[in-house]
Ligand binder design. Sequence first.
Ligand code: SAM
Length: 189
Amino acid sequence: MDKPDWDKRYREGFYSGAVDPHQLVQDFWHLLPTKGNLIDIATGTGRDLLFLASRGFRVCGLDLSWEALKLARGLFERNGLYLEAVQADALSLPLKPGSFDGVLIFYFLERQIMSELSSLLKPGGILFYETFLKRQNEIDRPRNPAFLLDDEELPGYFGGLEPLFHEEGIFTIDGKERAVARYIGRKKQ
Ligand SMILES: C[S@@+](CC[C@H](N)C(=O)[O-])C[C@H]1O[C@@H](n2cnc3c(N)ncnc32)[C@H](O)[C@@H]1O
């Protein structure tokens, strides 16, 4: 399976309606250090960052797609909030280790960067991660399994973090059944 053309997808209206943050962020954002400095990798239209920016966090959204970032900037402007938007490839992250109070990744998986994610956190910083399991392919259209997780794979990447939350299974998300893994961990002080 080819990698999707994300710019084309966003131009064609993919995700244009989704502005609410993911449930994991709604339920656990209070774990983040107050008014901290956050990055969302593969941010898309910035839905999670919008919610967090409105709660006083400084937010940076990184995505490969210019079209996604254009939508994200528009969303922030309409809400009177500021987004630092970075167009970059997550496979060569242009980010300094130890510079973020929070790192978010939703529905993006590249195994080669997993070990880098916790190194971006300051001591006490929090990682939020949620994405599809391979089991998703049994209940929905086929996605490339290279970008899907095995059961119980996700927490294995973050042995250096203190786990705060982890669940895996089939949940109803935006009215549809989704097989996902969710993880939150804190970098030790
Ligand atoms: C499924 S969307 C998820 C967007 C957002 N995190 C959310 O959950 O609403 C995947 C995102 O990954 C971005 N993306 C794909 N490959 C990328 C890469 N190599 N580096 C950075 N972003 C990438 C796409 O442009 C797209 O916005």
